[in-house]
Design a protein around this ligand. Sequence first.
Ligand SMILES: [Zn+2]
Length: 227
Amino acid sequence: MVKYTRAFAIAFALCPLLAAGVLAQVLMPSIELLEGIESWRDSITVAEERYAIPEFWRGLRLGLDDQPAPPDLVPVPPELRIASREPVLRAPALAAFRALAEAAALDSIELRIRSGYRAPGEQIRLIASRIAAGREFDVVIRGVAPPGYSEHMLGMTVDLELGRDYLNNPSYLWLKENAASFGWRESYPRLAPTGFPWEPWHWRFVGMNDEELGMNDEERGMKENEQ
Ligand SMILES: [Zn+2]
C-alpha cells in the first residue's frame, strides 16, 4: 500500500499527463456505471423499442411515469371547450381559465380548450401514434414530451383551439398581451433558446405574484432576462 502511494506520488510529481491517465483509469468504471444507470432511468419504450430521452429534456421531469392523477380534477364545461373533446383540469386552473376567457370575451376573443390534464401514460400513446405514422422518434420527441415530462400531467395546462396563422392570430395576440395578467404563461414561445418547437396553443397556469400583476409578456421576459 505504501509502495503504491509512493508510486502515485512520484507519478503525480514527475508527469501530470501520466497522473491524469492513472486517475482516469481509476475513475472510469464508476463514471460508466453512473451513465448506465442514468440512461436506464431516462429511457422510454415505445412499441417494444427502447429510446434514450434526449438531452434537451433532461432536468425538466415533473413527476413519475405513473404519477396518480391530482385529486381535484374537474370537467371543463361545454362553453370553455371544443365540442369534440371533454378535457379535465384541476379546479384552481379551471377557475383561472374562466377568468381569462371572460376577459377575452369582453374583447370579442373566444378561448376554447382542446386538451387539459393528461395522465403520463398517455404520452406514450401520442408518441407511438406519431411513430406509427412514419415519423422519426428524434423529431417526435421534440414536440411530444416523454411520460413524466409533460406539463399536461400537472392538470394546470391547456392546449387551446386557436386556428392557424399564429403570427396574425387574434386570439394568440390577445393572449400574448393579456394572459400573464391572469397568471398564464406560454411554455414554448417562438424562437426560444431551449430549442423546443413553438407551441402557441399551449399555456400553463403558474399563478402570479404582486410584482407580476399587470405586467405583459414582454415586460416579464425582460425581467427574466435580467435574472
Ligand atoms: Zn400542450
